[in-house]
Design a protein. Structure first.
Length: 169
């Protein structure tokens, strides 16, 4: 359990360092860095949702026809972005897990494919469900953006679980 906690710490610290290089944030105590990282992550996440909402409202005011096509294009691009931006983090997790459990690196291509396929199917199933239940296009996109974030977290947890399971077998 301590090894997994150490892995989680390293993931957070690596992401924070990447963010810090962009913003040139000065060095402080590790605890403050982690707190600052989480604060920034949630602020950026909130801004992302707000921009999505504003963009959607603007689209719904100016374009009355083919809104569903625009919705599916935005959701498709969003799903693609959420999947692609996870690759560096997944690579870091795999490298670190290899240090903790050498057998964890025995994940096969089908394992990667299964996890990503599950995420894509979940995205579009949720999108279809939200499309049929929410009557406003803006609400549909905002709800789908929230569910995409939750799916991203679920993907990372599934990834770690798969590697731990492979390492124990």
């Amino acid at each position: 359990m301590n090894k997994l906690k150490e892995l989680l710490h390293e993931i957070i610290y690596t992401y924070f360092n990447a963010f810090k290089q962009i913003t040139n944030y000065s060095e402080t105590a590790k605890r403050k860095e982690f707190n600052f990282f989480f604060l920034c992550y949630f602020v950026f996440w909130f801004i992302y949702l707000l921009l999505t909402f504003v963009l959607t409202v603007a689209i719904s005011f100016f374009i009355t026809k083919a809104q569903e096509y625009i919705f599916w294009i935005i959701m498709g691009l969003g799903a693609l972005y959420h999947i692609v931006h996870q690759f560096p983090l997944l690579a870091l997790i795999k490298r670190r897990m290899n240090d903790i459990m050498p057998d964890a690196s025995k994940l096969y291509f089908r394992d990667y494919l299964a996890v990503f396929a599950a995420q894509i199917i979940t995205y579009f199933a949720l999108t279809k469900m939200i499309t049929s239940s929410a009557n406003s296009l803006s609400l549909q996109i905002v709800l789908t953006a929230i569910f995409m974030q939750l799916c991203s977290i679920l993907l990372l947890l599934t990834w770690i679980y798969l590697m731990v399971k492979k390492g124990k077998d």
